[in-house]
Design a protein around this ligand. Sequence first.
Ligand code: AMP
Ligand code: MG
Length: 327
Amino acid sequence: MLALGIEGTAHTVGVGIVDETCRVLANVYDMVRPEKGGIHPREAANHHADAVVPLIRKAADVAGVDLGDLDLVAFSQGPGLGPCLRTVATAARALAVALDRPIVGVNHCVAHLEIGRGVTAAKDPVLLYVSGGNTQVIAFARGRYRVFGETLDIGIGNMLDKFARECGLPFPGGPILEKLARDGRTLLPLPYSVKGMDVAFSGMLTAALALRREGKSMEDLAFSIQEVAFAMLTEVTERAMAHLDNDEVLLGGGVACNRRLQGMVDRMAADRGARMFVPPGDLCIDNGAMIAWTGLLMHRGGVRMNLSETVVDQRYRTDEVAAIWRA
Ligand code: AMP
Ligand code: MG
């Protein structure tokens, strides 16, 4: 069975093709890189509209398949930016109708977890999902993927990107800050905001920008932001693992590419006799392969959608999905 998945919740539009063993045959993408300011939803959607058809063709080329060989079309149904979601949903519907194949709408956050289970040895992990717009600790419990903790304001990646942008660095700022942080020496005081199982980052952003105006070095600031923010994330992830008596932790989302975050979570896992899993970077960031794979799992598990059920949901919650394919 071959599934094609289209991702398009935010800055990235991606198309992936996977088979029933989670072999990734193609995973191509294109990202909006605004010259200044943040991501404008309509501009991103226009970008996705221009890019999606060439990406579908490219994915088929890379995979060495004809579109007619596909058995299923999946797409990111939410959560995300409305105009972007609607653009890729329209593309997915058109493709499914043209090929006369079933269509499945996929929850983006669940897809980050499923691709991790598909390509690593993790079986039933706690997912620390750290991306631009989302920051959640997710695990499967009683028929659903449930959110055990999350950001109360902005996503961790958004915080890193905004800090970088205000300091004159290009998008995406996260990887640049990671490099700068390697030369940081002094841990500057930043708010450590963990509230129960939740985290908050906007106070840290404000405090870091104030320290920058006082002339603190970018290296020390990047280092301090990483140390404090990643410690917060590691703390709530550990608590979820303890609560669930779970000895697997999976990283997902673009910020999961960060070596310092990986190091902290790995150390926490080792200290409790658990294991950490990190998918390859191109499956951590937003990507079409994870949508294709989750769509395939859903279809195989009996999920069927007619076109009227493919309406997008900007606030699609992780725990709204009845994960019947996990039964
Ligand atoms: P996503 O939203 O999952 O596609 O991931 C994009 C986010 O990941 C952006 O906010 C990036 O700044 C962030 N990111 C990517 N690589 C790194 C890295 N090495 N360290 C920190 N953040 C990163
Ligand atoms: Mg994502």
